[in-house]
Design a protein around this ligand. Sequence first.
Ligand SMILES: [Zn+2]
Ligand SMILES: [Zn+2]
Length: 213
Amino acid sequence: MQIHTVPVTPFMQNCRIVVCEKTNDAAIVDPGGDTHKLIAKLNRLNITPSTIWLTHGHLDHVGAADELAREFNIDIIGPHADEQFWFDALPQQAQMFGFAPRPAFLPTRWLTPGEVLTLGELNFEVRLCPGHTPGHVILVEHQNKIVLVGDVIFKGSIGRTDFPKGDGPTLIASIHREVLSLADDYSILSGHGEDTTVGHERQTNPFVSGKFG
Ligand SMILES: [Zn+2]
Ligand SMILES: [Zn+2]
């Protein structure tokens, strides 16, 4: 497995290009914007993406998904259906975040927890992690021990819960149930900031370690 990280939008959102090296299948995870930058990166890598996966409906994670889907004639998969109001509100999100005006779109299909997304010989387990947003999903690849967590947890921090339908206790519960239940040596790939590990966050993240407040 190869993972290429491309920070997009003024929010420096980590778009990930995930590649199965055995079959050359590639997924674009959370293409939040900067469509031309992403296409240039794919061209440089000589990669033709086969799918787009979304963790949640915030504009900095989905903003380029519709353009890339059209460009490569591929599907947009996820997140969970509880996220639809964020997709319906994409024009308002653009206004709220100070992005260029844009139309709404919906993914090709929603994801359900427990489902497995295959990419060549890689398998990603879908886990539902509400709290930052209600239909936020994370994607776990057990063979390579990585988890794509979007805005659920960051190195030393957790996702904001002050958006509509956000909820702090729900987010903490999601993190314990779906992220910290993984072994310490799983890598956490977050939507913003540096990569970390389950063990590091279990030990040091002040929001979940129980060592503070
Ligand atoms: Zn978000
Ligand atoms: Zn974000």
